[in-house]
Design a protein around this ligand. Structure first.
Ligand SMILES: Nc1ncnc2c1ncn2[C@@H]1O[C@H](COP(=O)(O)OP(=O)(O)OP(=O)(O)O)[C@@H](O)[C@H]1O
Ligand SMILES: [Mg+2]
Length: 228
């Protein structure tokens, strides 16, 4: 891995300038492959010692737990009524956070398409501002949702292929990867959390108009199944 840092000053960091384009729908499989590899490697090397519901410290670095801050933000946005057609209630979001607490640990680093700079030769990942612990598939869901919010509804095959390519990595190591239900739930988390940015950052489509119907169907079915 090559570092782009040129100089670190008290309040600023200078980075090398890279000519590259942002990610798009045609890059999803390649980017999913990189994410799956990174998450699986990070889990195998370090994060298997982490619990998703607690901050994890390694040396001088502490990574925030999955629910920390996220739970409040989800509740706040759902209560505001500003998220169009959210497919999760606040209680359902809490259930998913609770379930996530015992899932294998990977990380989130805001995989929106603008945080990948792509050239013919390679892909550079930038912007590590918002690193948190997260379950497998969570950052892949961010990539899918934020790409669809940028360019519009994605072909079904494109999403399935990205998830398959991603899951190949954890499954090769005996980890469960991300199920379709989990993936659908994490897409809804990103719908709620990214909705305030619609109209900025190149987001021209709301996830509720771009999402495939199976993502909301599978969540509804799950809710019914878990009702006693
Ligand atoms: N080292 C770099 N070389 C070339 N372009 C860069 C570099 N770093 C950032 N950029 C460009 O600036 C954009 C924004 O950078 P960055 O992601 O760090 O900021 P941000 O505030 O998180 O913006 P965004 O919400 O768009 O991700 C990137 O998407 C990329 O196009
Ligand atoms: Mg960024």
């Amino acid at each position: 891995m090559r570092t782009l840092v040129v100089q670190v000053r008290p309040t600023e960091i200078d980075f090398e300038h890279l000519d590259g384009r942002h990610g798009g729908p045609d890059d999803l499989a390649a980017l999913a492959d990189i994410l799956g590899h990174q998450h699986t490697t990070a889990h195998a090397r370090q994060l298997q010692a982490a619990r998703l519901d607690m901050p994890y410290t390694h040396g001088t670095v502490t990574i925030t737990g999955f629910a920390d801050g996220r739970r409040e933000r989800l509740h706040q946005l759902l209560a505001s009524g500003s998220v169009p057609e959210a497919a999760l209630t606040p209680e359902a979001a809490d259930d998913w956070l609770e379930r996530a607490a015992t899932m294998p640990t990977a990380f989130y680093k805001d995989s929106n398409p603008r945080n990948f700079l792509i050239t013919d030769a390679d892909v550079t990942i930038i912007d590590f501002d918002s690193l948190t612990l997260a379950p497998f598939g969570y950052d892949l869901a961010k990539l899918v949702v934020s790409t669809a919010m940028t360019t519009g509804p994605l072909p079904e095959d494109t999403i399935r292929r990205a998830a398959d390519v991603y899951n190949h990595h954890p499954r090769q190591r005996g980890l469960p990867g991300c199920s379709w239900r989990e993936f659908a739930a994490w897409c809804e988390f990103h719908h709620i959390l990214t909705a305030p940015y619609l109209g900025t950052n190149g987001y021209r489509f709301s996830w509720h108009t771009a999402r495939p119907a199976w993502t909301t169907d599978i969540l509804r079915r799950f809710d019914k199944e878990s009702t006693p």
